[in-house]
Design a protein around this ligand. Structure first.
Ligand code: NAG
Ligand code: NAG
Length: 472
C-alpha cells in the first residue's frame, strides 16, 4: 500500500485549499479555533442538500518521531451540539475504516448512492442524539498513514490503543470547546478489542494526570470479546441455525475452541474450510439476506477468501462498499476532506488486507478489562444483531456469562413502535441488548432500532417497554 510520499507539501496544500475561505491572518494568529477551522468541511461533491450541522475532517499527529497521523471526521449534532455528548465510533477488522462502515453505511449522516457520486442524508444518523466522531485507526487504515516505510505491517492492539489515546488528547486540544464534555466510545466487531482497550487507557491516564477526558462509558456490538467463548457460541449458532453438519460441529469444537480468532492453527483452518463448503455462498454477516451479486468479478475475493468463518471484517453488503470505494477515491472528495495526498489521489480501501494479515498482538480475551472497568463506574452496554454468523448472539451471551455478574433486571423484550426490537437483560455494571433481525452491522440492518439504542444508552435509561394503550 502506498503509505509513502503521499504527504509531501501538506502545509502548502492545506494553505491553498483554504485560501478562499480563511484569511492569512487567521492562520497565523493565536485564535484557538484557527487550526480547527482549517478542518471545517464545506459542501461535499455530490451533496445536493444543505445540512444544519457543522462537520470537520483532517488529521491528528499521534507520533511526531515516526510521522504517524490518524484521520478523523467529526459531525456536530444536528441540534444543540453544545449540550450534547461526544460519541466516538470505531470499526474493527483489524484493518477496516470507520469512514467506510460506521459513517457511510451505518450511523453517519452521509451515505453514498449507488452511482458512487451522490450523497444522501441518513434520517437515523446518530448525530440526532450526539456529536459523533469517526476515527480511522490504526495507521494504514482508510486515510490514516505513517511516514515510516511499511509501518502498516507493525500494527497490533497495544499500539492501536496508545495511538488512539494520543489522538484523543490532541483532538481535544484542536477542539477546546469540547473539552470536559461527556464522552462515550462505541464500535463493533474487532472494535470489541479497541473500545475497552482505549477506555482502559483513558481511565488509567485520567488516574495518573487528573481527569483529562470525561469518559462516561462504552458500548460495543457483535464484538470480539473472548476467543474461547466467542468460538463456542459461533459453532453452536452455525449448528443450531442449520448451516453446518453434526460432524463438522463436533470437529470445530475439538480443533478450534481453544484457538485465537486472529491466528488459527492449520488443523482448525482445515475444519473451517469444510464448514465454509457446507455453508455455501451466503452472507455470513447477515445470514437471512441476499449477498450482493453485482460486479462479482471485482469483489469476489470476499467469497473466495479462505476462512470466511470467523473472519471479523466489518462487511455487510459488498455492493454498499463498492459505492463508497468509488466515492472516497474521487480526487475532489479527498480534497474536500483535506486528505493528505500529493500528486496522485490517495488509494482508499474499505479494509486493508495488509493491516489485517500482519496484526501483531491480540489478547485472547478482553474480559479482564471489563472486570477492571465495571467497578470504575463506566456505563457499559453490549449489543448484538441476532442474525450475524461472524460474532453471533450466542458468542456474546457466553462471554457475558463468563463475567458472572448479578442480574439487576431480568431478560425481557424491548419495543420499538409496538414491535419487539429485541431482548435485553441488565446486570450489575453491564446492560445487554439484542437487536432482532439485525446482522453484524446493526445500524445498517436496523437503523431506526439502532437510533433508539443509542438514545437509551446516552440517557442511561433501560430499553423501551411496550407502551400501555393509554399512553399511546
Ligand atoms: C442551500 O443553501 C443555499 C444558500 O442558502 C441556497 O442557495 C440553496 O438553494 C440551498 N439548497 C437546497 C437544496 O436547499
Ligand atoms: C510526513 O512527512 C511529510 C513529508 O516530509 C510531512 O510533511 C508530514 O508532516 C509528515 N507527517 C507527519 C504526521 O509527521
Amino acid at each position: 500500500m502506498a503509505t509513502l510520499n503521499r504527504v509531501l507539501n501538506i502545509f502548502l496544500f492545506i494553505f491553498i485549499a483554504n485560501l478562499h475561505s480563511i484569511s492569512c491572518t487567521a492562520i497565523f494568529s493565536s485564535d484557538p479555533y484557527a487550526e480547527q477551522k482549517l478542518d471545517r468541511v464545506s459542501k461535499l461533491p455530490g451533496q445536493n442538500f444543505n445540512v444544519s450541522f457543522a462537520h470537520y475532517a483532517g488529521y491528528v499527529t499521534v507520533s511526531k518521531e515516526s510521522g504517524r497521523a490518524l484521520f478523523y471526521w467529526f459531525f456536530e449534532a444536528d441540534e444543540d451540539p453544545s449540550s450534547k455528548p461526544i460519541v466516538l465510533w470505531l470499526n474493527g477488522g483489524p484493518g477496516c475504516s470507520s469512514i467506510a462502515y460506521g459513517l457511510a453505511e451505518e450511523i453517519g449522516p452521509f451515505h453514498v448512492e449507488k452511482d458512487g457520486k451522490t450523497l444522501y442524508l441518513n434520517p437515523n444518523s446518530w448525530n440526532k442524539a450526539a456529536n459523533i466522531l469517526f476515527l480511522d485507526s490504526p495507521v494504514g487504515v482508510g486515510f490514516s498513514y505513517s511516514n515510516v516505510t511499511n509501518d502498516q505491517l507493525n500494527n497490533g492492539d497495544k499500539r492501536t490503543a496508545a495511538d488512539n489515546l494520543e489522538f484523543l488528547l490532541q483532538w481535544f486540544k484542536l477542539f477546546p470547546q469540547y473539552k470536559g464534555r461527556d464522552f462515550y466510545i462505541t464500535g463493533e466487531s474487532y472494535a470489541g478489542h479497541y473500545v475497552p482497550q482505549l477506555s482502559q487507557a483513558i481511565v488509567r491516564h485520567n488516574h495518573k494526570n487528573g481527569e483529562v477526558i470525561n469518559l462516561k462509558g462504552f458500548m460495543v456490538g457483535n464484538a470480539l470479546i473472548d476467543d474461547f467463548h466467542d468460538h463456542l457460541g459461533l459453532f453452536q449458532f452455525m449448528w443450531s441455525v442449520g448451516m453446518i453438519s453434526d460432524e463438522t460441529f463436533k470437529q470445530l469444537n475439538i480443533f478450534c475452541d481453544f484457538q485465537s480468532f486472529v491466528h488459527t492453527s492449520e488443523q482448525c483452518d482445515k475444519v473451517l474450510d469444510i464448514a465454509d463448503e457446507e455453508i455455501g455462498d451466503i452472507d455470513m454477516y447477515s445470514i437471512f439476506t441476499p449477498p450482493c451479486t453485482a460486479n462479482f468479478n471485482r469483489f469476489s475475493w470476499l467469497l473466495k477468501r479462505k476462512k470466511k468463518v470467523g473472519l471479523v471484517k466489518g462487511a455487510y453488503d459488498p455492493c454498499t462498499e463498492q459505492h463508497s470505494t468509488i466515492y472516497f477515491n474521487l480526487p475532489e472528495v479527498q480534497n474536500a476532506l483535506h486528505v493528505r495526498s500529493q500528486n496522485s489521489p490517495f488509494k482508499w480501501e474499505t479494509c486493508s488486507d495488509e493491516v489485517n494479515e500482519n496484526w501483531k498482538d491480540a489478547p485472547a480475551s478482553v474480559l479482564d478489562i471489563y472486570r477492571e472497568l465495571i467497578p470504575a463506574g463506566l456505563r457499559i452496554w453490549i449489543f448484538s444483531g441476532d442474525t450475524d454468523a461472524v460474532i453471533p448472539v450466542t458468542s456474546t451471551r457466553y462471554s457475558i456469562d463468563a463475567l458472572k455478574l448479578p442480574t439487576t433486571s431480568p431478560w425481557r423484550a424491548w419495543y420499538d413502535d409496538g414491535q419487539v426490537g429485541g431482548w435485553t437483560q441488565e446486570y450489575q455494571g453491564l446492560t445487554f441488548v439484542t437487536v432482532r433481525g439485525a446482522g453484524h452491522e446493526v445500524p445498517l440492518h436496523k437503523p431506526k432500532q439502532a437510533l433508539t439504542l443509542i438514545k437509551s444508552y446516552i440517557s442511561g435509561k433501560s430499553m423501551p417497554k411496550l407502551k400501555q394503550v393509554s399512553d399511546m
